[in-house]
Design a binder for this molecule. Structure first.
Ligand code: B16
Ligand code: MG
Length: 218
């Protein structure tokens, strides 16, 4: 039987936590007097917490001490945790559960590949923790997307060759990471943004089980 390793990003693929990241970063940027648009937020998708704050400070042309930097990261994460504390299964994006069930019934190994250090907590909240054979997140890697580390570790956990892995990603940095890892990249979102991906779907409702079967048998 054919087997592929299926690796799912979390934020923007399984759940729409990007909106909570945006709210928390926006409040933080406001408190520093730095303008922060939704377009800029797009550039933070898939990017680690440290790098996200570095970018915001760059946009505001602001330099701060290491202590202040740590305090701001903690402040942002506190607000973000407040938002995610209210999450439940209803926040799983459309047809994600159908795709996960289909892969499980086809005996395909599944991993999470997220930059977030809060990934495990979020999976628990939406009751999907047990749907994965492996979970790799921001606590397991040192290099953030677009570096391929998170996906390469996931492939290793699944005991699959990188070229036999398929990544679902909503972020440009994540698609680039999947491509650098030598994996098939499937963008979830807009083609204009995710044009570097091998395939793009606006969401999982557009992805048929037949397409997934083709991926398995490729
Ligand atoms: P945290 P993903 C990423 O998750 C988010 O897209 C990105 O916006 C966030 O800054 C990053 O996780 C770190 O998240 O602050 O929770 O550690 O898309 O790779 O699942
Ligand atoms: Mg994402």
């Amino acid at each position: 039987m054919n087997k592929k390793g299926f690796i799912f990003d979390l934020d923007g693929v399984i759940v729409d936590t990007a909106k909570y990241h945006y709210l928390a970063w926006k409040d933080l940027a406001d408190s520093l007097g730095i303008g922060f648009s939704e377009k800029q937020n797009e550039q933070l998708k898939g990017v680690s917490r440290v790098l996200s704050l570095q970018k915001i400070l760059e946009w505001g042309d602001m330099k701060i001490s290491d202590e202040k930097f740590e305090a701001l990261m903690a402040q942002k994460n506190k607000e973000y945790l407040d938002h995610i504390s209210h999450m439940n299964e209803t926040e799983i994006l459309p047809d994600v559960s159908r795709v996960l069930s289909f892969l499980k019934s086809a005996n395909q190994p599944i991993s999470l590949g997220s930059a977030s250090k809060n990934a495990r907590a979020i999976l628990e909240k939406v009751n999907l923790f047990d749907s994965f054979n492996a979970i790799v997140d921001g606590t397991n890697v040192t290099k953030g997307k677009p570096n391929p580390e998170v996906f390469l570790v996931a492939a290793k956990e699944l005991e699959m060759e990188p070229t036999k892995c398929i990544v679902f990603e909503d972020a440009v940095a994540g698609v680039q990471a999947a491509n650098s890892a030598g994996m098939i990249s499937i963008g979830i979102g807009k083609t204009e943004v995710l044009f570097e991906a091998d395939y793009v779907f606006s969401d999982f409702t557009e992805m048929s089980n037949e397409f997934i079967e083709e991926l398995i048998n490729k």
